[in-house]
Write a new protein. Sequence first.
Length: 213
Amino acid sequence: MNVRSLAAATAAAVIYAAAVGAQAQEVNIYNARHYGTDQQLWDAFTKETGIAVNVVEANHDELIQRLEAEGANSPADIFITVDAGRLALAAEKNLFESVKSPVLEADVPAHLRHPDGLWYGLAMRARVLVYDKERVNPTELSTYEDLADPKYAGKIVVRSSTNVYNLSLMGSIIAADGPEKAEAWASGPATRRSTEQSLMRKAGRIGFSKKSV
């Protein structure tokens, strides 16, 4: 399989594809993003290089399953998704080919790319806290660690703890605070009870929620 994976941004991915396959007449992209502006990137790339861009759009899991089913016969050149957790999953399934590019290595910091060049993260999103200013004092809530405060128990709406976004969030807390503090945070009365299903039934008590933008 000849898949080059990129976390979110597309411009550098397409530029890279042109650099490694300058004589190619088309680039095949499996895209799990949902931004309409991506088409402008494809069009600009084709205008500059003459190389056609073929895009298959679906959700992340569907595209990973498709790559698995196609195996070595997959036509995909680039896989674009969001969240490093999904990239890690696909990498574990041995779906990616290592890429070494001076351009990507110069533009993408080492901590935002796979050490063996299996994927490159080229964009980041803010994962922000959204709260009711009449119920939450902003001076008491500035980090995700603050969510473990017992006073927030039963007042948080968040995706399931098994969702890949929250798995990545947990990974970032482990990296920042260490495994022991991360475990204590996840086991706290507020964060432990903050599952999507249980709290949606208590919508009248909700003070704030998490949202990626």
